[in-house]
Ligand binder design. Structure first.
Ligand code: CP
Ligand code: NVA
Length: 310
């Protein structure tokens, strides 16, 4: 079985094969069981992970830092502004230097191209911890969580309601790869990136699944197994928040909307949530909601990613 991913970057789910995705899930499941059983799993003893952040984070930072520690390695947090990178040392030189000290880099930043460039010049694996374009570790975790709960992926329907942002883009990449039908409802002008939609449509053909982009939340949620949403204004869009609240009003995930999903639908959200905006308490706190299992699984899935690529 084992697929060799050593040295590989994790920048986009679109660059992973189906076998690699399932390898990550297998390792994540094993590592989760070992952690629960209190069994030793120090697969990265003595290894170091540099974590560069130019946006805030709760889950990503803490799950990566805890994860590398549990694997026997050491994680170092850097605010981009603490590095010379924030004072104009270029990405090329930064990548070369960090590659001489570290065994892996996790980066969360604005520009997706910066992450691509970092990976190009680094000789160690680079893991994308979110860019304006994509959030692959989140969506790999989401798929793993759906698999845990529903025991399958192919043939399910996921409805994403809201902004066509980094999470929506990665859901398109991820769902089309594993054969989940994905239906995205966004307001006009806030749909996911065109190239990613087109790529997802092509990818979905291999699995015989569907990709649908609509402007009506009810249409998207119809018969869904999973209802997913995210904030209306992402990090870096704070100035647009008030304007967006008006545009997205009809895209709130509330009790009225989820009536159209299957009775045993799962509610998911990458978190942080803006309760009362994209989702109401009655949904996020309902028995259908798995948001905290989803958050926990970031730890197990990212440990698997690190163990495989580092
Ligand atoms: N979901 C997620 O990436 O959360 P953080 O921004 O807290 O890392
Ligand atoms: N779309 C959100 C995700 C946060 C984890 C953002 O980019 O802010």
């Amino acid at each position: 079985m084992a697929v060799n991913m050593k040295g590989k970057d994790l920048i986009s789910i679109a660059e992973l094969s189906l076998e690699e995705i399932y390898e990550i899930f297998d390792v994540a499941k094993t590592l989760k069981e070992k952690l629960y059983m209190g069994e030793e799993h120090q697969l990265l003893k003595g290894k170091t992970l540099g974590m560069i952040f130019s946006k805030p984070s709760t889950r990503t930072r803490i799950s990566f830092e805890t994860g590398i520690y549990q694997l026997g390695g050491h994680g170092m947090y850097f605010n981009q502004n603490d590095l010379q990178l924030g004072r104009s040392e270029n990405i090329h030189d930064t990548a070369k230097v960090l590659s001489r000290y570290l065994n892996g880099i996790m980066i969360r930043t604005f520009s997706h191209q910066d992450v691509v460039d970092l990976a190009k010049y680094a000789t160690i694996p680079v893991i994308n911890g979110l860019t304006d374009l994509l959030h692959p570790c989140q969506v790999l975790t989401d798929l793993f969580t759906i698999l845990e709960k529903k025991r399958k992926l192919k043939g399910l329907k996921l409805a994403y309601i809201g902004d066509g942002n980094n999470v929506a883009n990665s859901l398109l990449n991820g769902c089309s790869k594993v054969g989940i039908d994905i239906s995205i409802a966004s307001p006009k002008g806030f749909e996911p990136k065109k190239e990613i939609v087109e790529h997802a449509i092509e990818t979905a053909k291999y699995m015989g699944s569907k990709v649908e982009i609509v402007n009506d939340p009810v249409e998207a949620v119809k018969n869904a197994d999973v209802v997913y949403t995210d904030v209306w204004a992402s990090m870096g869009q704070e100035k647009e928040a008030e304007e967006r609240k008006k545009v997205f009003q009809k895209f709130q995930v509330n009790l009225e909307l989820v009536k159209h999903a299957k009775d045993d639908y799962l509610f998911m959200h990458c978190l942080p949530a803006h309760r009362g905006e994209e989702v109401v308490d009655e949904v996020i706190d309902s028995p259908n909601s798995i948001v905290f299992d989803e958050a926990e699984n970031r730890l197990h899935v990212q440990k698997a990613i690190m163990a495989l690529v580092m």
